[in-house]
Design a protein around this ligand. Sequence first.
Ligand code: ZN
Ligand code: ZN
Length: 256
Amino acid sequence: MKTRKRFLGDFHVHSNLSDGRLPIPEVIDLFGKLGFGVIAITDHIAESHTYIGKAAAYLNQVLTRETFPKYMELLKEEGERAWKQYGMLVIPGFELSKNSISNHRSAHILGLGITEYVEADGDPVDLAAAIHNQGALAVAAHPVNTRKIEKQTYHLWDRREELANTFDAWEVASGPYLFDEVLETSLPKIASSDLHKPSQMTSYKTVLECERHPEAILEAVRKQQISFEFYRAPAPKPAVERPIARPRVASFSLAG
Ligand SMILES: [Zn+2]
Ligand SMILES: [Zn+2]
């Protein structure tokens, strides 16, 4: 019988193929060295018809239909390396990002375990359906106030009763912040870092105790056989101090 050990998962992580700081291989090494069991890389896809979405594409801050195949290829290659090197699974994902001037019209939706590109245009119900058609999970990302100085995305939360069965999970924590409003509901939950840079590693994470296999992990989230934990990243190792090599001539002259 296989023993099932608990492991940590982070299901919301960005790379420099959208607005994250690190290339995918470095993201994998960051989590792999810390002993994570699974991560999902979820770079942004913006709406194609909005000004904000077009500007993001122009600035290479989002995945596009053109860059998506390369992204998937890299996730596959690096996922294989992560498994061999660290025993860590990498789940391909994206974050459909509907950004409006109004916080109440903005919504971010994660797809976990995706295979195909999905346009971020359209109603959240249709976007979730497109994600589910791929056998992937649809997650309502940071649905309430994130306490960050940036755009807020309240659209899904405003419609939470109508959308209660649309999403497989709602983020109950993002980064170091736990969302009491979500915690108090009976909505299915997940906790992740929304990591864009290494300093954001200290955050809530999801704890799993299933088989280390992508399907088993997605199923554990669907069935809510998960828990949450505040994870404190180990302090970075202090830089090794090298003794300063002094020119020998100087020491002789001082002694003399
Ligand atoms: Zn987001
Ligand atoms: Zn994000």
